[in-house]
Design a protein around this ligand. Structure first.
Ligand code: AMP
Ligand code: DBH
Length: 561
């Protein structure tokens, strides 16, 4: 590694790094090289299927090197941050690998993010370029980027897939292939997003060494090989479909990634049948939509070996339906973009597969389960999950004061999840202590949305809490106290939030007005009391947010029934 680590990155202490290298976890490979090797070994094999396009490994590698050359021509170089916000299209993986080859860092945004989030990512990372689609789902990403650029002059180059207008067209940046084999493996490879729990979203720096280790081991644990056909139905930039084992695991194993641009049951079933898909990854809400779909029996899904479900709590009764309905194995996955990933294993009993969230990837994943005072709880008891290991970060990117709270002094990450551990090591997620809403796998930091609500002149106090939802698991409800009664309606507040330019999934599904928010003895908003209102059927009448936000849609599960 170059002498100085990337500014804002917290490295592992040298003795840990030495141990991880010694044990072969960090093997000095980088993510670009892992693809290039596939292109050497089996150039003709299909790597990516996207709509009617099929790219072989050789073609994928060549295109990535051509795009890398174009990026370099416009001045993108090592350690530059480049925001990536693309739908599920092959260019997403091309752009990633081109940036990996250059040693530049993709900053992974989700298609649902809007001006507020994108502006924050660009400003916080001082991104010098971005790669976007022209439009998708009726939304014009170019128009949004124009607004972002007006406020952030660091963003000098905008690359557009499709109609580029005044920006660089992706096709114009496909120069003669760049040679080379990528950066030192100790370098930060990209910045991934955290669902977060504080007012501002957090960015997660992952190195080539640490990430590839988790990818290689995930591919091994999940039994991937050259015959694997993986359907990417979740947003491709999310950590789960990227690395658990996800597309990178499939590329490592020499298999094929099929991209689903839409993840409604019918589109995906058609792809599974046409491409003979063997593996896919779903969040529980999407799994439920697929299970409930009436068209399921019309498709041949017999190629499926395994359906992975993770990202949010999976109800036991849903888990039980999976093997029969899809004629394949269920694998539970409990992971986080910060690192630690757990899988149930192929040989596990039904009890473990249906009732636990699996075992960590690595023998060197250190797990501590503690009480509020950081004291270890009795074996089998529920407590806060802390973790440290060869692919779990030691700090968020440029977040010094937050890091002091999110990590222990000896470097354990406070996951915010409450778990218990069975004698064999399997973990069961029992709940969470962090203040967020897990809306069908899409995480919403309560504090962030509360901040937007409090910016409204009529709002005196606001609290966002999760309310149970049959399809998404959880939806969000904002409790609001106004300065003067009836000064604003739920619809107006929702509109106000949308105008701030935030992702649609963060707009509360419901807004309820209270004269005052309940307080705990020390004066904090009593969210427990607010949540308890959903247990009592006779609670105050709900004020649903009109139309759009209250629909069941989410970008992770587009077609909940
Ligand atoms: P993030 O840190 O944004 O990557 O989100 C990771 C979080 O998602 C975890 O800390 C859990 O709270 C939640 N999560 C992921 N997988 C599962 C699962 N299988 N069951 C319950 N919660 C999960
Ligand atoms: O929710 C997640 O972030 C997640 C779930 C499963 C994840 O990051 C992963 C697997 O790698």
């Amino acid at each position: 590694m170059s002498a100085t680590p990337l500014d804002g990155f917290v490295p592992w202490p040298p003795e840990f790094a030495a141990r991880y290298r010694e044990r072969g976890y960090w093997n000095g490979d980088n993510i670009y090289r892992s693809l290039a090797r596939g292109a050497q070994a089996h150039p003709e094999r299909i790597a990516i299927v996207c709509a009617q396009r099929r790219w072989s490994y050789a073609e994928f590698d060549r295109r990535a090197r051509r795009f890398a050359a174009g990026l370099r021509r416009i001045g993108v170089g090592p350690r530059d941050r480049v925001l990536l916000q693309l739908p599920n299209i092959g260019e997403h993986y091309l752009a990633c690998h081109a940036l990996f080859l250059l040693g530049a860092l993709p900053v992974f945004a989700l298609p649902a993010h809007r001006r507020a989030e994108i502006g924050y990512f660009v400003g916080h990372t001082q991104a010098r370029a971005c790669v976007i689609a022209d439009r998708e789902g009726g939304f014009d990403y170019r128009a949004m980027i124009r607004e972002v650029r007006a406020e952030h002059d660091c963003l000098s180059d905008v690359i557009v897939i499709g109609e580029a207008e005044e920006f660089h067209s992706f096709d114009d940046l496909l120069d003669e292939p760049l040679q080379g084999d990528g950066p030192d493996a100790g370098e930060v490879a990209f910045l991934q997003l955290s669902g977060g729990s504080t007012g501002v979203p957090k960015l997660i720096p992952r190195t080539h060494d640490d990430y590839l280790y988790s990818v290689r081991e995930s591919a091994r644990i999940c039994g991937l090989d050259g015959g694997t056909v993986y359907l990417c139905a979740l947003p491709a930039a999310h950590n789960f479909p990227m690395s658990s084992p996800g597309a990178l695991g499939v590329f490592h194993a020499g298999g094929c990634v099929v991209l689903a641009r839409q993840n409604d049951p019918e589109s995906c079933f058609a792809l599974i049948q046409r491409e003979r898909v063997t593996l896919t990854a779903l969040v529980p809400a999407l799994a439920l939509a697929w299970l409930e779909s009436r068209v399921r029996s019309r498709y041949d899904l017999s190629s499926l070996d395994c359906v992975q479900i993770g990202g949010a709590h999976l109800a036991g009764e849903v888990a039980r339906r999976v093997p029969d309905a899809f004629g394949c194995r269920l694998q539970q996955v409990f992971g986080m973009a910060e690192g630690l990933v757990n899988y149930t294993r192929a040989g596990d009993s039904d009890e473990l597969t249906l009732g636990t969230q699996g075992l960590p990837i690595s023998a060197d994943d250190e797990i501590r389960i503690v009480d509020d005072e950081d004291v270890e709880v009795a074996p089998g008891a529920v407590g806060h999950l802390l973790t440290r290991g060869p692919y779990t970060i030691r700090g968020y990117y440029r977040a010094e004061s937050h890091n002091a709270r999110a990590f222990t002094a000896d470097g354990f990450y406070r996951t915010g999840d409450r778990v218990r551990r069975l004698p064999g090591g399997h973990l069961i997620v029992e709940g969470r202590a962090k203040d967020l809403v897990n809306r069908g796998g899409e995480k919403i930091a309560a504090e962030e949305v509360e901040g937007y609500l409090l910016a409204h002149p009529a709002v005196f106090d606001a609290a966002l809490v999760a309310m149970p939802d049959r399809w998404l698991g959880e939806k969000s409800c904002a409790f609001v106290a106004l300065r003067e009664p009836a000064q604003a309606t739920a619809r107006e507040l929702a509109q106000f939030l949308r105008e701030r330019g935030i992702a649609g999934y963060k707009v509360p599904d419901r807004i309820e007005f209270l004269a005052a928010l309940p307080r705990t003895a020390v004066g904090k908003i009593d969210k427990k009391a607010l949540r308890a209102r959903f247990d009592a059927p006779a609670a105050a009448p709900a004020v649903p947010v009109a139309a759009s936000a209250s629909s069941y849609s989410s970008s992770f599960a587009q077609a909940t029934p």
